[in-house]
Write a protein that binds this ligand. Sequence first.
Ligand code: GUE
Length: 326
Amino acid sequence: MSQPPHGDAASAPASSSPSDPSEASGDAAATARLLPGGPVAERILAEVAERVAALIRRGVTPALATVLVGDDDASAGYIRIKQRQAAELGFASPHAHLPADATQADLHAVIESFNADPAVHGLLVQYPVPAHLDYDRALMAVDPDKDVDGMHPLNMGRLALGLPGPLPCTPAGIEELLAHHGIPVSGREVVILGRGATLGRPLAILLGQKRPTANAAVTVVHTGVPDWPRYTRRADILVAAAGVPGIIRPEHVKPGAVVIGGGVRYAGRRLLPDVDESCARVAGAITPRVGGVGPTTVAMLFRNAVAAAERATAAANGSGDPTVSG
Ligand SMILES: Nc1nc(=O)c2c([nH]1)NC[C@@H]1CN(c3ccc(C(=O)N[C@@H](CCC(=O)O)C(=O)O)cc3)C=[N+]21
């Protein structure tokens, strides 16, 4: 699992097709190999589909419930992506849509009813919620066994302790993306710009763990450190997780480094990535603006959901023997 720091970027395997329309326009100067998330997601979702089929053969339809508060356009759009994917995979996707003026109690009533419903295996409350509501309190009300985002404090605690549990989707998707594209992580220097609870912080834990696809020397730095480029320029693998559009520029990237665009902000439905596209001139490999980390996030959500359904089914069968019942 140990290779020279830049070896991977030069030896582009078959998966990066030469027909990929690189967004780096104009100059024919060096352009990074692209690291699409689509093929990664497809492989994960194919595995999920098999596990769903096995559950359905045993009479269990896995169900992933979604809760949306308010009428934010982008959020409604992402819920639709998840529902379409759910239908394709054979999941039921019960949905609760609360009005923008719903109270915290209204939200908790919906969460409690999904928690109590044995036909619901996974549950996610779409982030963000309107400003008068407390998202963290809502998250804590979700049954940790149904927490497909892997964000409940119990599951974050499991992650920190190295115990099994649902993994946060975007971090887990990034580990999968790196592994899929054959980028060595073990023993290398990973720098994460951003320390948020959904990406930077849990990714640091994940990639620092003792696993062949992780085991890195991880540094977390944030934009409040005046000299943050000093850190990002050291990275063999730089992960942008700041949520500040365009913050990562070519001068922040070590030549030949792998650049993963994790952080995004949304302007309405438009996606504004942390990584400026000009970084492709310096990086050895880089995720595309669209079709990079996003699709892997959704795939991991469904992997968590099918795992929750399998656990619930095994528990309902008493012994935990997955061949019982039918
Ligand atoms: N409880 C909760 N769990 C979430 O997982 C969650 C959430 N709340 N709130 C919103 C964010 C956002 N999110 C995305 C997932 C996939 C893409 C995705 O696949 N995007 C495509 C295209 C998107 C576009 O063009 O706008 C791409 O990156 O290629 C984007 C965004 C999950 N979120």
